[in-house]
Design a protein around this ligand. Sequence first.
Ligand code: IPE
Ligand code: IPE
Ligand code: MG
Length: 242
Amino acid sequence: MKNEIDGELLNIPEHVAIIMDGNGRWAKKRFLPRNMGHKAGAKVVEQICEDAHNLGIKYLTVYAFSTENWKRSVEEVTGIMNLLRNYLKDCIERASKNNMRVRIIGDKTALDEDIVVSIDELEKKTAGYNGLNFTIALNYGGRDEIRRAVTKLVSDGCKGVISPDDIDERLIGSYLDTWDMPDPDLLIRTSGELRLSNYLIWQLAYTEFYFTDTLWPDFDIEELKNAVRYYNGRDRRYGGVK
Ligand code: IPE
Ligand code: IPE
Ligand code: MG
């Protein structure tokens, strides 16, 4: 899909994935506790969902909490989970207003029961909405996602539902949390780190990467437009010759 951005006709990536990094450093620069950075970061997510939709992006998938983030202090993890509780509640109303479909990927079994209930409610209530497809990666790790997929695949193999000859890339993709989404076209990581940190490692195989030094709580529509402009300058060859 093409859209005019500031007078320029640009190709809009269908699916944008974001590693929202730098909340802690943003807070530290202001002599605030780390959780204030997470709070500011959560506000920015709300705005970016609206901006992404207005630009014509169809899928937005954000990394909110990794399977490795449990290594942080109890205080920080509790703070993030409480923030999430509030976020999920507010999100139902916002999603209805903006016609946004919300889904959560990651291993939900380690989350507190009330959070799982809120997630189920949010996913059910927004399932029919056809605006932005917004996905939150929560207790998500790319390797863990593949581990869970393999467990299910082997189990289906044992039951005789699938045989080794059935296993192709499409089938593997259908066992992942992202089974009904296209692969991301553009990945954005904020805060200057140039790594994936276990994010969507299968799905990002041919994605274009945009890195910015901006810390997540300072990310805004201008940054998003810069990422889309950068994407337009890339030549996606997928291993072929153009
Ligand atoms: C990203 O910000 C949010 C989470 C990982 C939950 P960080 O908390 O990693 O911020 P920095 O990298 O320490 O600045
Ligand atoms: C990645 O950020 C996870 C999220 C943004 C949720 P981290 O801050 O956890 O990544 P590392 O530790 O710098 O690789
Ligand atoms: Mg970080």
